[in-house]
Design a protein. Structure first.
Length: 450
């Protein structure tokens, strides 16, 4: 056999944007409108950067999730996770749709009351509940989810002192096959701590155990973890029935469903990889329905879904401040919003769209924020058309955790507007001013005429 002729291998630069061995070019289609409202007009009227929320999308998400669960299980209740986005207008949309409130601090508890949520529709979670807050929650018949033994003993003492009959559940942590385990909140299932807490509550004079709660993680990508969690909560509820003839009123499976954002370092986009709410609902309800409870004893199923109900209803609009070349030749684009506004850029590779038509050419770009701080990187590497100073862009799926975790650092937080179902735009949080920020500051007398 004749030896094949040696041919020197060639290295060919792959031009991004055109079809290559990784597939066809990724489109950078201009997003000129949010709902039917023009992006340039929004920025013209409300400034840049600007957070925009679609009320229509929030309602769509809520109705979709409740339909999915209610068609699989007879008794379902959602409770809006305040810390995910506690702008009052947002909370009120959820409450109008029928959602209860899920809060994790006295501050959030007060917000829920001020938003008109009846006390008995507020779930009070978290490790930090002050004595006065526990007393208030107990008097309002709120659902107090006990996090640790010290809180349990405090509640027993307060109930005695103030003649309270608090409605309580315990938060249970457990091995769901997801590591590292979330075992810092609540009572552990496997080592018997959860059952010990339950028996102490049953033996207390005043506490009324009405539910069992878990919140096993956030941005969960495996539905089987929920099946395991549901199974373990059912096991506790079953033991309560068998050993104490006590019927538990509800199982609260917490939050944690992912949005369709793409986690940093993922090979495939979130839209292609995250399980749907249907799959989570199947995993949870299959377990509870088949556990063996009598029909009339089936517990209410509570869900505290946050992120998955709001992320895709939020947008951040911004403007290009400048382009520059780094010393290694890479293109860098500086935007007028940074990690101070877009906290979730620490975890996500957000979809970013230009807000105007741009040419066919694209280039890999680093997106920097405007802060004078090295960590202010919105994206290490993204393929975008050649945006110019003054061009606008739209960041997608920013509704969850940005409008609560944003930082007032170096600069002020921008306007937040909501587009209602008739495409009317409402400011739901004013851009901050220096006066607003400084209104909480005091100057000691010896510095007043410095
Ligand atoms: C944060 C939180 C939620 C919401 O979590 P998501 O991952 O946003 O769905 C629900 N319950 C509790 C107790 C929480 O702390």
């Amino acid at each position: 056999m004749e030896k094949l002729k040696y041919e020197r291998p060639v290295i060919k630069k792959l031009i991004t944007g055109f079809t290559n061995k990784f597939g066809s070019q990724s489109k950078n289609e201009a997003v000129t409108h949010i709902e039917s409202v023009n992006v340039n007009e929004l920025i013209g009227k409300y400034g840049s950067p600007l957070f925009v929320l679609s009320e229509r999308q929030i309602r769509r998400n809520y109705q979709n999730a409740t339909r999915i669960f209610r068609t699989r299980y007879p008794k379902v209740q959602f409770a809006w996770s305040y810390k995910t986005n506690y702008l009052n207008a947002v909370c009120r949309v959820f409450h109008q749709e029928g959602s209860w409130a899920e809060v994790v601090s006295g501050f959030e508890y007060d917000k829920a009351i001020a938003n008109g949520v009846p006390g008995n529709k507020i779930i009070f979670n978290g490790p930090d509940k002050k004595d006065e807050e526990l007393i208030r929650a107990a008097r309002n018949n709120s659902l107090i989810h006990i996090d640790h033994f010290d809180e349990l003993y405090t509640l027993i003492k307060l109930s005695d002192e103030y003649q309270l009959k608090p409605l309580v559940a315990i938060r249970v942590n457990m091995d769901t096959g997801i590591y590292p385990k979330w075992d810092r909140f609540g009572f552990n299932f496997e080592n018997g701590q959860a059952w010990n807490a339950i028996t102490r509550i049953l033996n207390s004079e005043n506490l009324n155990l009405v539910g069992l709660h878990c919140h096993i993680g956030t941005f969960m990508l495996t539905t089987s973890a929920y099946a395991i969690a549901a199974n373990k909560l059912c096991e506790l509820a079953w033991s309560l029935k068998v050993k104490h003839n006590k019927t538990i009123q509800y199982l609260d499976l917490g939050g944690g469903f992912p949005s369709t954002n793409t986690l940093k370092g993922s090979y495939l986009p979130g839209t292609d990889t995250v399980p749907s709410i249907d799959q989570f609902a199947d995993a949870i309800t299959d377990v509870i329905l088949n556990y063996g409870f009598k029909q009339e004893d089936l517990p209410l199923l509570i869900l505290e879904t946050g992120r998955a109900l709001i992320d895709d209803a939020g947008y951040l609009l911004g403007t290009v401040l400048a382009n520059k070349r780094l010393s290694d030749g890479r293109r860098a684009t500086i935007l007028d919003f940074g990690v101070n506004s877009l906290f979730t850029s620490f975890w996500y590779e957000h979809k970013v769209s230009p807000a105007q038509e741009s040419g066919q050419h694209t280039e890999e770009t680093i997106l920097y924020g405007p802060l004078c701080m090295n960590i202010d990187v919105i994206r290490e590497n993204i393929t975008l058309p050649l945006l110019q100073k003054g061009d606008r862009l739209v960041v997608h799926k920013v509704g969850a955790y940005n409008m609560t975790q944003w930082m007032q650092f170096i600069t002020l937080r921008p306007n937040v507007v909501m587009i209602d179902k008739d495409n009317n735009t409402h400011v739901i949080r004013n851009a901050e001013t220096r006066e607003y920020i400084e209104s909480a500051e005091l100057i000691p007398p010896h510095l007043t005429n410095a």
